[in-house]
Design a protein around this ligand. Structure first.
Ligand SMILES: Nc1nc2c(c(=O)[nH]1)N[C@H]1C(S)=C(S)[C@@H](COP(=O)(O)OP(=O)(O)OC[C@H]3O[C@@H](n4cnc5c(=O)[nH]c(N)nc54)[C@H](O)[C@@H]3O)O[C@H]1N2
Ligand SMILES: Nc1nc2c(c(=O)[nH]1)N[C@H]1C(S)=C(S)[C@@H](COP(=O)(O)OP(=O)(O)OC[C@H]3O[C@@H](n4cnc5c(=O)[nH]c(N)nc54)[C@H](O)[C@@H]3O)O[C@H]1N2
Ligand code: SF4
Ligand SMILES: [Mo]
Length: 693
């Protein structure tokens, strides 16, 4: 399908911004060159270094080019044919199911998978394997914001408005989000906000490159955002800045939420967060002064064992001030992975059916079972969340099919997770590279990549986009859809797993029809003609929905729900043995577990390895020297990485990026304490000891 002279319009393989780019096949046709695509509104041609260098991962120098099967003779992964590899996977999964029942087979997916793949993977688990044990890495990403969205608004779409609305609001509070590193082309929306006279408040324990742009930077102790948001709400009430008309007309539950907030006095909040009272007052005043304002959160406040309540508190602040369900106002979550939004809608989540339907809802089961041509009673019940599933490997879950994640690097308490993976009877991994997790597999299935296949993703705005195939894949690889088709057939399910992406999408449209995330009016042709279509889009004649909640919220009575929340400590607080707080996150040149970006020379030059960021005061107290190895020790394990001394971080906190395996693996340290609602692990705060190694 390659036309040598014309560039093909598509999207980046990495983050949720899903920047538009043009791909031009290079002479010879073995690879592609990335060109600017100025017409796509989200990024208007701008790309970060990861997007620009993405074609490097297409090279056979770094990718998998044929299936691998672990042989009994040597115990090593050896090349095999596709028939041998698929036979081995089907046999491994069937053997386990036969011996221990369907729930002994687990499936783990990823938010980077296209909508078509996520949909097919969920269907494969429920229809071909009949297992309840499926979840995915999005649980580690935005699940707390998703749960809070559901609770307050009755619907979870990360941003209820397009990014283009950001420069048109009066004030943005950006909480635990560092787009200067994680979504560089999106920084322009904040620059434009300021140019238009709006104000930017950044809440981050580090003075990041994003925080440097802010009019006001609040640097709370990690894990205390809940108190901070409640403290701001307290001030808003005390200063008479609530919007009583909005509260009366469009919300329920204010009295309880108000009472809970009033228990969080500014002085108490200062004590918990370390943010001085005058700064709290300044923030409340800046947020309330203009007629419109937004709160945007990302992983900082969300990846906590109270992430759902924390996001709930920020939503309460928006509701109390009438900054929701109105033009250029509202709460939004900046979703992370390439298909972080769509990946959470179509059924790879433990409790979910396509169209963001609930697996426990009899009507939803009946609708989807009809589309799938199965008996509703044959659909399993909800299964375990991602960490709980990983923790169960080798005990009651004995075989695993993994597609689109690298948990050996990215899961919390990673050494334990690695042990659990090694304890499996059988592991199959579909990946584009030999990731640290794929290296432990019994069978590795090499799959096609973004530029070699067609499929849709849904970006952080809820805009459904089409990635188009620009390149013929190398002969030894197959698509994830091919893999699921081949495995289903071997498990006795001949029909229902087509390999053509558009055919899968057409089925997804029908399965999602009438659900909260309704894609039934969206087609490949429309997406191309319209630069993406925002869901819900229930008919072909429907324009799509860039802005949600302007007339009513998605709850039964149309009103947003306040949730009464109160501050509580992180699951682990510093003590004499572990006196320092560890938080974790990202750097601009590496992506996630690094499986892809650590294979790109120019990205490795920019970000060659892990480090421990710490304040000069802490450094001098423990005798740390710039660039010298530091040991960071938690109750879960130990990691060693060079010291990076900077006054841009709080003196009671150290920061490590999580992109690397081995000695410097940040997740050797992190705490898998889970949020009770979202089951999100506490990646952003745990107690550690830091000492020269
Ligand atoms: N370069 C790059 N870009 C990416 C990714 C990547 O791996 N690399 N991943 C993508 C994905 S999947 C995601 S989810 C997004 C994540 O995007 P972000 O959420 O922007 O990224 P993080 O670095 O995880 O966290 C953001 C900030 O939270 C701060 N923080 C830490 N603890 C706390 C806390 O307790 N409270 C508050 N308020 N802030 C805290 C950190 O200092 C950090 O600056 O990025 C996407 N884009
Ligand atoms: N300490 C700490 N840990 C964290 C976080 C943190 O902030 N701190 N953030 C968490 C978050 S938000 C996230 S999203 C997770 C992400 O962590 P992971 O789930 O490990 O994400 P990736 O590294 O993107 O892994 C994706 C894997 O799938 C492969 N892949 C890419 N595209 C495809 C495809 O189309 N098909 C198949 N079969 N494979 C594909 C890639 O090569 C890679 O090996 O990490 C979480 N872990
Ligand atoms: S910001 Fe995200 S989508 Fe855009 S080029 Fe970079 S990684 Fe790709
Ligand atoms: Mo993420």
């Amino acid at each position: 399908m390659r036309t040598p002279d014309s560039a093909i319009a598509t999207h980046c393989p990495y983050c949720a911004l899903q920047c538009g780019m043009n791909l031009r096949p290079e002479p010879g046709g073995a690879t592609v060159e990335v060109e600017e695509r100025a017409d796509f509104p989200v990024n208007r041609g701008a790309l970060c270094g990861k997007g620009r260098s993405a074609p490097a991962v297409l090279s056979s120098r770094v990718r998998l080019t044929g299936p691998l099967v672990r042989t009994h003779a040597t115990g090593a992964l050896e090349p095999a044919t596709w028939e041998e590899a698929l036979d081995a996977v089907a046999a491994g999964l069937a053997r386990t199911r036969h011996a221990h029942g369907p729930d002994a087979v687990g499936v783990f997916g990823g938010g980077g998978l296209t909508n078509e793949k996520a949909y097919a993977l969920g269907k494969f688990a429920r229809v071909a394997l009949r297992t309840s044990q499926i979840d995915y890495n999005g649980r580690f990403c935005m699940s707390s914001a998703a749960a809070a969205h559901q609770r307050a608004f009755g619907l979870d779409r990360g941003l209820p408005f397009p990014l283009e609305d950001i420069p048109r609001t009066g004030c943005v509070i950006l909480v635990g989000s560092n787009p200067a590193e994680t979504m560089p082309p999106a920084l322009r929306y904040l620059t434009e906000l300021k140019a238009n006279g709006g104000t930017l408040i950044v809440v981050d324990p580090r003075r990041t490159r994003t925080a440097e742009q802010a009019d006001l930077h609040l640097a709370p102790r990690p894990g205390t955002d809940l108190a901070l948001a409640l403290g701001l709400l307290h001030l808003v009430v005390a200063e008479g800045r609530t919007d009583e008309e909005f509260i009366a007309g469009r919300t329920t539950g204010w009295e309880e939420a108000r009472a809970a907030a009033m228990a969080h006095w500014p002085e108490l909040v200062e004590r918990i967060t370390g943010v001085p009272v005058p700064r709290l007052r300044e923030a409340a005043a800046l947020f309330c002064a203009p007629s419109s304002a937004m709160v945007l959160t990302a992983r900082g406040p969300e990846q906590q064992s109270k992430g759902t309540d924390t996001v709930g508190a920020w939503i309460n602040l928006c509701l109390a001030t009438g900054r929701a369900g109105r033009p250029f106002s509202g709460y939004g979550c900046l979703t992370g992975q390439g298909n972080g939004q769509g990946g959470r809608e179509h059924g790879q989540k433990a409790d979910q059916l396509p169209g963001y339907r609930k697996l426990t809802d009899p009507a939803a089961r009946a609708h989807v079972a009809e589309v799938w041509g199965v008996d509703p009673d044959s659909l399993p019940a909800p299964g375990r969340s991602a960490y709980e599933l990983l923790d169960a490997l080798g005990t009651d879950v004995k075989a695993l099919l993994l597609m689109g994640s690298n948990p050996v690097v990215s899961a919390p308490r990673a050494a334990h997770v690695e042990d659990r993976i090694r304890a499996l009877d059988f592991l199959a991994v579909a990946d584009v590279v030999l990731s640290e997790t794929a290296a432990l597999a019994d069978v590795v299935l090499p799959v096609t990549q973004w530029a070699e296949e067609t499929g849709t993703t849904t970006n952080l705005e809820g805009r459904v986009l089409l990635r188009r195939r620009a390149l013929t894949p190398p002969p030894g690889v197959r698509s994830d859809l091919d893999v699921l088709h081949g495995l289903a057939a071997r498990l006795g399910v001949e029909k229902g797993f087509p390999t053509a992406p558009e055919e899968v999408f057409e089925e997804l449209r029908r399965a999602s029809a009438g659900g909260p995330a309704d894609y039934s009016g969206i087609s490949y042709a429309r997406i191309e003609a319209e630069q993406g279509v925002f869901w819900p889009c229930p008919q072909e004649s429907h324009p799509g929905t860039p802005r949600l909640f302007l007339d009513r919220f998605a709850t039964e009575d149309g009103r947003a729900r306040f949730v009464p929340v109160s501050h509580r400590d992180a699951a682990e607080v510093p003590d004499r043995e572990y006196p320092v707080l560890l938080t974790t996150g990202r750097v601009v040149a590496q992506y996630q577990s690094g499986a892809q970006t650590r294979r790109v020379d120019e990205l490795n030059e920019a970000a060659p390895g892990p480090f421990v960021e710490l304040h000069p005061r802490l450094a001098s107290r423990i005798g740390a020297v710039e660039g010298a190895p530091l040991a960071v020790v938690s109750r879960r394990g130990r990691a060693v990485a060079p010291a990076r001394i900077t006054d841009a971080i709080r003196a009671d906190t150290v920061f490590m990026p999580f992109h690397w395996p081995g000695e410097g693996r940040a997740n050797s340290l992190t705490n898998p304490a889970l949020d009770p609602v979202s089951r999100m692990p506490e990646f952003k705060v745990c107690a550690v000891r830091v000492e020269p190694a």
